[in-house]
Structure formats: structure tokens, C-alpha cells
Design a protein around this ligand. Sequence first.
Ligand code: COI
Length: 353
Amino acid sequence: MEITVQKTDNPKEKPDQGNLGFGTNFTDHMFIMDYSKDKGWHDARIVPYGPMKFDPAMATLHYGQAVFEGMKAYKSPDNRILLFRPEKNMERLNNTNDRMCIPRIDEEFCLEAIKKLVNIDKEWIPTAPGTSLYIRPFIIATDKYLGLKPSSTYKFMVILSPVGAYYPQGVNPVEIYVENEYVRAVPGGTGHVKTSGNYAASLKAQAEASARGYVQVLWLDGLERKYIEEVGSMNVFFKIDSELVTPALVGSILPGVTRDSTIELVKSWGIKVTERRVSIAEIFEEHKKGRLDEAFGTGTAAVISPIGELNWEGRSIKVNDGKTGRLAERIYQKLTGIQTGELEDDFGWTEKI
Ligand code: COI
């Protein structure tokens, strides 16, 4: 399929790289492609970024048949434009589509479309330390119909946003509230895919944790409220003695690309990494024994986010004296070094545009 390009006549001013925050600035162009039963995915186009018109009865607005991905582009010191394991995001998008009754995309074609869009807006890729161009592919259901059924029409879109740190704390450790009342996902639900409703459902717990002075929540399993699943919108890792432990992907946890990369990276350093069920009681017990060295979250937006404190049922523990741990720091340096092309990519993870 050909991708048509309509360039903007009115390029915007680029934001100050020292003050980007996350997801507030958008580039000059966006990608759109439509789906209908008779034509399949069609009419691939890059057009000026801007507001769109939708019918108030549009299915997504009512029943949340919407999915998304998050990935990043970087400009290397020698001016290469790099994506980080983008095929993983395309593969996960199709897994999400399958679960949400959305037609599959052609992964190779969509990656080509993303590359073309990033290339057109390449002047927007920030180069200050800790910055990148966040890529947000998403699909929405566009049928004008209030009955509940999978839509027969969709839009696949990609927008781009130059970003800095996701959390205002940057890579400094954050205080976490272990959520005992609300749950993020249950077995058989949608926790293992990237659908918008998962994020909407997490807001209440997040808001209550913020009101208590905590930055994020740690989610426990939906059946027993016993086993650790994720933290905020990230996967979570614990360094217990000489081993790195992360919850196994039991069906209600999102399989993060940064999670997978962290596991591979740390294993390559000769450190034991175990994916298994981890209870919150075990973490508190290991802390008591002085064996809980570090805890941190991993995600595309947040990269590595160290945990400085955990509060569970009114009991609070400090992890690594509230400081960023050595392993978290080492992973952050190596991962971002590979992503930005500043360090050797021994894993073949980066893809040049
Ligand atoms: C990401 O890490 O890319 C995500 O999609 C999480 C989102 C809440 C920013």
C-alpha cells in the first residue's frame, strides 16, 4: 500500500528541550489509516497534526474499544535515528487487537509507516539527556452505532511527542502505596494487553494513593490480593540478595518491552534473574532479613523508576535507604546508552531509520 504525504504549511515552533515533561507537545504530522470490512486497512496517509471530527455515537467513545502502544525514537551522537525493538510493539499491538476484536494490522507495513512519519518529523527528536521522541500508535473503533458489538470500521493512527522524564521525580526513587482495595486486572481479563480501559480503571487507586502522598500504586493480584503484579503503569523488579526477581507473566500482567530487555541485559551480566510469583508478604519478610537490596519499575515511558519506599497495610519499609540502587542505575545507563546509540548495542535491539 502506498502512503500519501501532505506536509503542513504551518510548522510549529519546537519546545524547549530542557522543559519537555511528558506528552504535552506534538509534532507537525500524524499518520492515519482506515479500516472497513470490504477494503481492509486502506488509505494510508501522513497529514498535518491537528484535531479531528468524530460522530458523537462513535463506538470508542461509549464502549472503549481502543488500543495503543508506546515506543521511542532517539537521535544518536552520529545523527542516526534509532528505534528500540519496534517489532516487539507491533507484535504486541496485534496481540491486543486479537483480545479486543480489532482486525490485525500488517506489522511490517505499520512499522514502515512509523519510520516514514518519524523521518518527516525528525527535527523534533530531542537530544538533551533523558529526552526522546515518544511514538504513540493507537487504534479506535469508529462505527456510528450504540449497540454493543465489535465495530466494523476503525482508524489506526500514530502521533509523536518529544518527551523528557515521565515522572517529575525523573530517575529518583518514588514512594509506592501497595493497593489492597482496587485491582488492575484479573485472570481472563485484559491486563496482559494494552487497551485503554485498563488505564482508565487504574485512575481511582492512583488518585487515592496520590492523596495519601504516594507517587504510584503497586498492584496485587485480583483474586487473593497477595501476589505482586505491576507498579503504576510499569513492570516491577526486586533485587533480593544476589538475585533479581520479577513477577511471572501469569496472564494479567503486561509483557513490557523494557521488562524483557532488562531480563536479558541483567542475565548477560551473569546475575540470576527469576520470573515467578512474588507475594508482598515475602518482600516485607526479605526486607526484615536485610536481603531486599533494590526495587524498581520498568516501562517505555518511565524507563527505570526506582522505588524508595513501600507502604502496605499501614506498614512502611524503606528500600536501599530511599536511594537509587546500583543495579537500577547500571540498567538505566546501559539501556538508555543502547537506545540513544551512545553505547554498543550488543543485542541488536536498535533499528536505524
Ligand atoms: C508506556 O510506558 O509507554 C505506556 O504506554 C504507559 C503510559 C501510561 C505512558
